[in-house]
Design a protein around this ligand. Structure first.
Ligand SMILES: [Zn+2]
Ligand SMILES: [Zn+2]
Length: 93
């Protein structure tokens, strides 16, 4: 099941379930669209993969499967994945 994380892991911007600005990698690392575009260049700093837009969990399902309560916050520092992968299509990394 997809883990809905409510903040950007890099800049801590709020990313509620219904917002349009949340991007996730295949491991559910969650960043805002601004960080994915400008800081990460579509490279996940944790796994090297690309990002897709996070789907919104239907309201009716939130009670049974609520978003994650604690924050994941790990601002980006120098990272070898970013330089190595930013020029490679995410489907071919
Ligand atoms: Zn961000
Ligand atoms: Zn990742």
């Amino acid at each position: 099941m997809l883990e809905i994380r409510l903040n950007c892991e890099n800049c801590d911007k709020s990313l509620p379930n219904e917002c349009d600005a949340a991007m996730i990698c295949s491991y559910e690392c969650t960043f805002c669209t601004d960080c994915v575009a400008s800081v990460l260049e579509n490279v996940c700093p944790n796994c090297g993969g690309g990002f897709e837009k996070r789907p919104t969990r239907p309201k009716a399902a939130l009670e049974k499967h609520p978003p994650r309560k604690d924050k994941v916050l790990k601002p980006i520092i120098e990272n070898s994945y970013l330089k190595k992968n930013c020029s490679i299509n995410p489907r071919e990394r």
